[in-house]
Design a protein around this ligand. Structure first.
Ligand SMILES: Nc1ncnc2c1ncn2[C@@H]1O[C@H](COP(=O)(O)OP(=O)(O)OP(=O)(O)O)[C@@H](O)[C@H]1O
Ligand SMILES: Nc1nc2c(ncn2[C@@H]2O[C@H](COP(=O)(O)O)[C@@H](O)[C@H]2O)c(=O)[nH]1
Length: 205
């Protein structure tokens, strides 16, 4: 029998809403088996970030070569830097029957939707705009000017939430994680043979 492909899961939402925090918590749990697609970016590495773990850090020139060589599933320029998803890893991992998790902004998610309409698209929202701004500020990675720019983009991004299959509020990390896991299991059962979903998520042979 032909092996079923994996599910492409896309988590989007405005900068600072907690996508990375929620994603890391999901991946730390042992009952989850998604593969994380590491993005490429031309932005500068932040303190504590590791090349090849958080991102593949590129010069603008190298990133533009990746675009030319069609190495990206999607890409965008966000607040002055390029971000994109390396296509080979995603395609190969899905072919192997594994579920792939992308954590990307809204413009990129729109591009992925065109290429993978069967993907699962989840949008993470903050409890309020004030809380969103507090979170970006508390993270302490952005200058005041960049925070203003990211908040301006966030207001437009939030208008796009209706394009997603699900909207999840990140009030508490634990709540968001549990909701996302429940959505993924339900959607897996809906899209694939139920035997495959039972085996994958509940260990039932
Ligand atoms: N539910 C939550 N309650 C309070 N603080 C949170 C919550 N989720 C995340 N945070 C905090 O908000 C800040 C931003 O989180 P995070 O970096 O995960 O956001 P992000 O959406 O991945 O941002 P970006 O898109 O810019 O990479 C961090 O300081 C994080 O600890
Ligand atoms: N379209 C894409 N967006 C991406 C990708 N990787 C990350 N992102 C998003 O960019 C912003 C800014 O990220 P930061 O690390 O500088 O805070 C944020 O919304 C990320 O989710 C990608 O491959 N493609």
């Amino acid at each position: 029998m032909e092996r079923e492909k994996g599910l492409l899961i896309v988590l989007s939402g405005p900068s600072g809403v907690g996508k990375g925090t929620v994603r890391k918590e999901i991946f730390s749990q042992t009952d989850v088996s998604f593969e994380y697609s590491i993005s490429a970016t031309s932005r500068k590495m932040r303190e504590g970030e590791v090349n090849g773990v958080d991102y593949f850090f590129k010069t603008r020139e190298d990133f533009e070569n990746m675009i030319k060589n069609e190495e990206l599933l999607e890409y965008t320029e966000y607040v002055g830097n390029y971000y994109g998803t390396p296509v080979d890893y995603v395609k190969q991992t899905l072919e192997e029957g594994k579920d792939v998790f992308l954590e990307i902004e809204v413009e990129g998610a729109k591009q992925v939707r065109k290429k993978f309409p069967e993907g699962l698209f989840i949008f993470l929202i903050p409890p309020s705009l004030t809380e969103l701004e507090n979170r970006i500020k508390t993270r302490g990675t952005e200058t005041d000017e960049l925070i203003r720019n990211r908040m301006a983009v966030a207001k437009d991004e939030l208008k796009m939430m209706s394009l997603y299959d699900y909207v999840v509020e990140n009030d508490k990390v634990e709540n968001a994680v549990n909701k996302i896991k429940a959505i993924v299991i339900a959607e897996h059962c809906r899209r694939f043979r139920v035997e495959q979903s039972l085996k994958k998520y509940l260990g039932v042979e």
